[in-house]
Design a binder for this molecule. Sequence first.
Ligand code: ADP
Ligand code: MG
Length: 338
Amino acid sequence: MSSPAVLAEGLVKSYGEVRALAGINLEVAEGSLLGVLGPNGAGKTTAVRILSTLLLPDAGHASVAGHDVVKDPDAVRASIGLTGQYAAVDENLTGRENLELVGRLLHIGRKEARIRADELLAAFGLTDAGGRPARTYSGGMRRRLDLAASLVGRPSVLFLDEPTTGLDPASRIALWEVVEQLRRDGTTILLTTQYLEEADRLADRIAVIDGGRVIAEGTSTELKDRLGEDVVDLRVADAARTAEAVEILRDLAATTPRAENAAGRISLPVHHGAGILAEVVRRIDSAGIEVAELSLHRPSLDDVFLSLTGRDTTVVAAAQPAARRRFGRRSANPETAA
Ligand SMILES: Nc1ncnc2c1ncn2[C@@H]1O[C@H](COP(=O)(O)OP(=O)(O)O)[C@@H](O)[C@H]1O
Ligand SMILES: [Mg+2]
């Protein structure tokens, strides 16, 4: 078996007192897409910056395309493309000029740079917009241009750091399609995201990170099987009967149910949610417990985190209001789950 295109072993990085990476291990097989899933502050950007030679690790090793990121950064840089969380596009240049500029910086020659720019504009649906200054582009177009710019040098390994954060749903889907095409063309991709749905759709394997550590790794199916496929959320009218309701429902849960006794809330990861919902209602009803709220939803990143760490991602993301909106559903008390 060939060695992985990206390999990180025990990467540690602190910024002063803040330990951003606490010994992270990542592996991306050649031609595959690894989704690195984690909330704000988990260490995603720090990991990407080390792997793309922009930052030195305090400890650990990493190699990209067979080159050590510390000992041979030039060889790593020649093999990679990097798209940051914030688009690095010159606003005043046209889309085409931006791409040609990158080509010239890579010394691929004026004519070749022009050809490559046209190819990429076409591939990213930007041919018509290619002659307009980038400042006139929508957020989604800008991200696509940024991604195109990272591909001018035909990198074998691509790092995409939260490529769709802040994009509207239509732009997000357009970007997903581009990433899928790159993956089909054989590019090795490490993509960071805060969205379970994004990792689910794009990734061959997913590494869930939190607090600078990988807390779970596997295919999307493997991770979901750990969690259950759906989550039934329930609120009982009389909060004093929460624990009783949990006992009645416990054997329906795919993993340990969670409860917030004071609020009367119960969260039940289940397989085949639609089929189980009726059974939940029947059992609760025959115990004479009144249900105030009942809903069924797909697992969110919140649920993954609750299941893996026993705490809500809002704890991690509390300092960032935007992240709170994305993750924040409620806090849960895992104590009653044992
Ligand atoms: N330049 C920096 N100086 C100090 N702390 C930083 C710096 N960059 C990141 N951090 C901290 O390191 C941790 C990981 O950050 P980061 O790698 O940016 O996470 P993510 O990309 O997953 O949001 C966070 O606690 C963050 O606040
Ligand atoms: Mg980041």
